[in-house]
Design a protein around this ligand. Sequence first.
Ligand SMILES: [Zn+2]
Length: 179
Amino acid sequence: MIAEDVWDLATHEQRLETPAVYRPGACPRCQAKLHLHDLRVRLLVGQAERCTEVVRFRCADRAQCGATWQVLPAFLARCLWRSWAVVASALEKGEPSPVAPRTRRRWRVRLASHAQALVEALRVDSGALVGALIGAIGLDARRIELVGHYRSVSGAAAGGALAELAAWVHRLVPGIRLM
Ligand SMILES: [Zn+2]
């Protein structure tokens, strides 16, 4: 799960002082209550702060469900072990980056791949923003074009655009990755 109201490390660390504030309303699978389960160390590769923690909650209905849910603040890139700000700066060609060249190449290739799955996810949302985005890029676009148009429509900075778009598609179709 992504906490879409936490956009920087300072806010996140402050919340970790009272981890229960991250508690979602109910278990997404069975709607039972969720209990605070634990804190897991989360690496922040390529940042001065080497790691932080993320909160996990466990479904109160252990017999029937027992699901565990991790709540990731929106500024962290799921599965990439970095903040979206670090990812965005690593994607800028010619910029010095703490991210290894082969990782940067892999990310660029992913962003150059077709955006079809993402566009289909976004179409679940019927808002005006989706209409503007899909109208501008068409159905055949690549992910990088989707990100670029999202930036121009939303006015977000590069890292912010990646984070917002990633959180948005995940909310519409849980599990889908921007890159
Ligand atoms: Zn449950």
